[in-house]
Every structure is written in C-alpha cells, then in structure tokens.
Design a protein around this ligand. Structure first.
Ligand SMILES: Nc1ncnc2c1ncn2[C@@H]1O[C@H](COP(=O)(O)OP(=O)(O)OP(=O)(O)O)[C@@H](O)[C@H]1O
Ligand SMILES: [Mg+2]
Length: 596
C-alpha cells in the first residue's frame, strides 16, 4: 500500500477538484437517500387514507378522499422524479471532478515515464524488452488511474452513504437495521473473491492475448520470409493452437462472471426477505409502520451496490499498488550516463583514446582491449577490421552511449565523462550501421537533428549524400512519407537519407559506421569527394570494410579483436605488407574479377 503514497503529490496538485468531488458525492448521496423517506411518508399517507376510504364507503366524501389519494400519489411521484434528476446532476459533477482528476494524473504520469525512458541509457534497453516497456506506460498507468478514479470515488461514496443511511435506519429501528444489513458482509466477501478470481483469469487471458499479438505481428513483418519458405500452414497451425488456449481461458472467465450477478441478486433477496419478515413482526407489535418496511427495502437496495463495490475496489487497489510498485521501481532507476556539466563545450582540438577497454556486461565479451590512438581536429581517421572486431563499439564510446570499462577517452584533453554531454553529442553527426528512419516525411527525417534550417540546407545535404536525384524523382519529392504509411526506400537510399541527416548538422565530428556499405563504388566515390571538398577542416571518422572508402584518410587503424593491429597511412600500411596489405590485395582481386 505504501507504494501508492508516491501518488500523493499528484493528488495534492488537484486537491481542489477532489474537494469539490467530495462535496458533490455527499450531495448526490443525500438526494439518493431522501426519496426513501418520501416513500415512507407516501406509503403511510396512502395507507391511512385508504383505511378512511374503506370507512366512508357509501358516503359522499368518499369521492373526495379518492381524489386526495390520487393527488398524494401523483405529488409524491413527481417529487421523487425531481429528486432523482437533482441527484443525477450532482452525480454528473462528481464524475466530472473525480474521474477528470484521474485522467489528468494519468496524463502527468505518462509524461513522467516517457521523460524517464529517454533519460535511461542504452544498457537499460538491452535488458528490457519492448513489451514490458510499453506495458508500464499503458497497462500499469491505467491500473493506477483506476485506483485514483473509481476507487477513490466509490470509497468516498460508500463512507458518505453509510453514515447517512445507517444513522437513519438506526433512528427508525435498530433491530430491523441489524437484520436488514446481516447479509451485506457476506456480499462483500463474496464479491471480493469473485472479483479476484476474475482478475487472475483476466490476467492470464491478457498474457495469452499478447502471445497471439506477437505471433501476428511477426507474421506481418516476416511475411516475405514466410512466403519464400512456404511456411504458411505451419504458422496458421501455431496461431490456431494459441487461439485455442485463448478461447479456453476466456470460457473459464465467462463462467466466473456468470456467478457474479446471481450472487448479488440472491443476497439482496435474502436481505429483503429478512426485512419484510422481521419488519412485519414489528409492524404487528406496533413499533413501526408499514411505510418503514418500504423505506428499509429502498435502503437495502441503495446500500447493495456500494457494498458490492467495496469488494471490487479492494481488488482495484491491490492491483494499482502492484502496478505502482513496478512504475516506482523504474522511476527510481538512475540513468548510468547523465550529463555531468552545464558549461558549454565546443570541440576544438582532439579526441584521444588512452588504454581504453570495454567489456559488454551482459555477454562478458571484451570488445575493446587496451586501445590507444589520437585524432586531431581536421583529420580523417579510418577504422577497418573484420566483423566483430569492435568498430561499432568505438563509435558508441565516442558518442558516449556507453562508458569505458577502463582507461579513458579525452576530448580536448578533458575526460569525456566530465564534458557537457548534450553539447558534445550535438557536435557529432553520426550515421549508424543500422539505419533507422522515422515514419515521417523524408524532409523531417533529414532535418531531425536540427531546429532551424532552410530548404537550401536540406537540398544541399541531400546532394552531398548523393540522394537528391532519387528524392525529387518521387511524386511528392521531399514531402514523401516513409515507413508504415508511406513508401519503402531501397537499402542504399535509406542509408543516404541517414547520411544527409548527419551532414545537415554540419557537425564538428562526422562518424560513419559502415555508412557506405549499401551503395555502389561510384556513388561512394561521389559522396567521399563531396566530403573531401566541403569538410576539409572538419574531423571525420570512417568505419568500413572496404579499402576504397578509407584509402584517402589521414590515418588508418586496422582493428583486430579490439586491439590495434596496424596503424598508419594507406601507403605506409601497404609498404608494411601486413594484414592491411593482405586485405587490400584480396579486395583488388575481387574487383578485377568483377570487371572481367
Ligand atoms: N550490445 C551488445 N551486447 C553484448 N555484446 C555485444 C553487443 N554489441 C556488440 N557486442 C559484441 O562485441 C563485439 C564487437 O562488436 P562490434 O559491433 O563493435 O563489432 P564491429 O567491428 O562493429 O562488427 P561489424 O563489422 O560486423 O559491424 C562482438 O563480439 C559482439 O558480439
Ligand atoms: Mg559494426
């Protein structure tokens, strides 16, 4: 329960709305209870007049009495309708305040969680799956909302109602009150158990549903592979089996739900029976009137739903506490990498790796091992090496997506851990190995990293990335939508849009992680010569498998198992006749074979 106390600041934020909600609850309840007394009054009046009516049989004023009885009935009927309308109006306002508060808090919570998601480091995303992350924002938050809205509203409602109704009942007849309320605790316990069973069963159904959804999603995204390998039937069978489980579980839930209403109605019936039986005895004794019995039956009916809701609310609160616990656990997480400084930082000098090692904690793979090198501003560094040699890890270390395990990275002779991270990242234009484009227009994808830009900038960046001609060939040009609702770009086009996104920033440091792997050598040549002419004074890091990409770099680093195997200019490395030379010979041979 203490988990839910973390919601108190939010409740405090909306305290006036909640206060008004409470007042509306009290008012609507008062108008809900009041009619019972009118019914008693009407009942007794009609009964007395009916007795007189019988007595005046054959007399003139019998007709007058008849019209009086009818008038009483009509008047009281109208009164009850009027009161019901007033009650309805207050109920409307009660929902408008309390339920609205729950929605506002839901909105606040979602924003806080989303903010937190963006702060957390990559390691958090490596250990949590998307489904879980989505659940926290959707499922868990909506359960907490159910606590704030319905749970608070019904609890307040119940308290007010109990005070009003039971005090009135006791003032009429304590004995009858006791008998009328006797079945209610039973009702509470029964509902609580039924509701809990419903919850556990619903959760199982929910889990099964997410299995089904995942299967279907995977079918959609893997449809090409499924068709190409002719596995439609197997997947259909798997889906049918999963659906079967889902159906069985749903049927179990329906059975429990079917008990729900009969239980409530049965217990109300028992309560009414007890009231009539013991009430009847009291009437015979002369201690209460027949009207009182009618009044009591109304009370029992008024109390039934709120009491039933206690069982429901209890289970709502339990679930909300479990959800809030999950949310709290995650909000309490400290991001591993945070911005250490607000002092503006501008890259002016050099990037230096000093005995840097990095081990991935999840796999214990040492991707970078005692690596040292220095890159001066204005130079181009190329990194080449076999797959898995640690090239992308270097790129992640430089953009500080991960922190070194040992050694240090110095930017302008300051430890990367001490400089303003936002400023540093803003000065890097990164083209990641795995291209990611948003489901948005090409223009918005290119300008993603920039707040202010001119159309000319976009066109220039696209031209430098060698993708301008492809874009303007589309009917909608730069406005063309990508992704789910739009067109699919070819692998090479995607990669070049991703390059344009990095170039438009005119970054101090350009970082290509295998960014030319999906373009042909001619296009590669064009892009590289564009870079060479426009980024003469800027710093570049080019990671590649292809020597053609690297050969003009100021320095080439041949990486093997996270270590420097060789370092130097293209010519120096060729003269070395080491692994770089071998790679060069191999690629040269492959190229000549292609040409023949
Ligand atoms: N997120 C990760 N968790 C655990 N191990 C990882 C992770 N990313 C990379 N590795 C491991 O670290 C090593 C270096 O990977 P890295 O991605 O840096 O290689 P690379 O040189 O970029 O390879 P490629 O040329 O194929 O892109 C590999 O052995 C890889 O399995
Ligand atoms: Mg890589």
């Amino acid at each position: 329960m203490k988990e839910l106390s973390s919601l108190n600041p939010y409740l405090a934020k909306y305290k006036y709305r909640i206060l008004f909600g409470g007042i509306f609850i009290a008012l609507s309840n008062w108008f809900g209870v009041f009619p019972a007394q009118i019914i008693r009054l009407a009942f007794d009046l009609v009964k007395d007049n009916l007795a007189n009516y019988q007595l005046t049989k054959g007399f003139e004023n019998q007709a007058i009495l008849k019209s009086i009885i009818i008038q009483i009935a009509l008047l009281f009927g109208a009164l009850i309708i009027l009161i019901a309308i007033i009650k309805g109006v207050f109920m409307f306002f009660m929902r408008q305040t309390i339920i609205v508060v729950s929605r506002l808090i839901e909105y606040d919570l979602k924003n806080v969680i989303y903010q937190k998601y963006q702060e957390l480091s990559l390691s958090f995303y490596r250990i949590n799956n998307t489904g879980d992350l989505m659940n926290r924002v959707s499922e868990d938050v909506s359960r907490v909302r159910m606590y704030i809205g319905p749970a608070i509203m019904y609890t307040l409602n119940l308290i007010v109602l109990f005070i009003l109704v039971i005090s009135t009942m006791i003032s009429v007849n304590p004995m009858l009150t006791f008998y009328a309320l006797l079945p209610l605790p039973l009702l509470f316990v029964a509902i609580y158990y039924v509701q809990n069973t419903i919850n556990t069963k619903s959760e199982k159904i929910q889990a099964q549903l997410s299995i089904l959804t995942t299967t279907v999603q995977e079918t959609f995204s893997g449809i090409r592979i499924i068709k190409a390998f002719g596995r439609e039937q197997q997947l259909a069978d798997r889906f049918a089996a999963d659906s079967e489980v889902y159906k069985t579980k749903s049927m179990e839930l329906v059975k429990v739900q079917a008990i729900f209403f009969p239980t409530i109605l049965g217990l109300i019936g028992i309560s009414t029976l007890l009231t009539v039986y013991f009430g009847g005895k009291e009437v015979i004794n002369g201690s209460i009137t027949a009207g009182n019995i009618a009044e009591f039956i109304v009370y029992v009916n008024i109390l039934t739903w709120p009491v039933a809701s206690v069982g429901w609310v209890t289970s709502l609160v339990q679930r909300a506490a479990a959800s809030q616990k999950r949310i709290n656990e995650f909000l309490d997480l400290e991001p591993e990498i945070t911005n250490p400084s607000t002092i503006p930082f501008e890259f002016t000098n050099s990037i230096e790796f000093k005995n840097v090692s990095f081990t991935y904690p999840e796999t214990n793979i040492t991707a970078i091992d005692q690596l040292s090198f220095t890159l001066t501003k204005g130079q181009t560094l190329a990194i080449v090496g076999k797959t898995g040699s640690g090239k992308s890890t270097i790129s992640n270390l430089i953009s500080r997506m991960i922190d070194v395990s040992s050694g240090s990275i110095l930017i302008d002779n300051q430890d990367i851990k001490n400089i303003n991270l936002n400023d540093w990242r803003n000065q890097i234009g990164i083209v990641p190995q795995e291209v990611f484009l948003f489901s948005d227009s090409i223009q918005n994808n290119i300008t993603f990293g920039k707040d202010q830009f001119e159309t000319a900038d976009i066109h220039q960046a696209a031209q430098m990335a060698g993708v301008y001609d492809s874009i303007i060939a589309f009917p909608n040009g730069f406005e063309t939508l990508l992704g789910e609702r739009g067109i699919t770009l070819s692998g090479g086009q995607k990669q070049r849009v991703s390059i344009a996104r990095a170039l438009i920033k005119k970054p101090g440091l350009l970082l290509f992680d295998d960014a030319l792997s999906a373009v042909d050598t001619q296009t590669e040549e064009n892009i590289l010569s564009n870079l060479a002419s426009t980024r003469k004074d800027a710093t570049n890091i080019l990671i590649s498998h292809r020597i053609s990409t690297l050969k003009n770099a100021d320095m080439i680093l041949y990486l093997a198992n996270g270590k420097v195997a060789e370092m130097g200019s293209h010519e120096a490395l060729l003269a070395n006749k080491g692994p770089y030379y071998e790679l060069y010979q191999m690629q040269l041979l492959a190229d000549t074979q292609k040409q023949e």
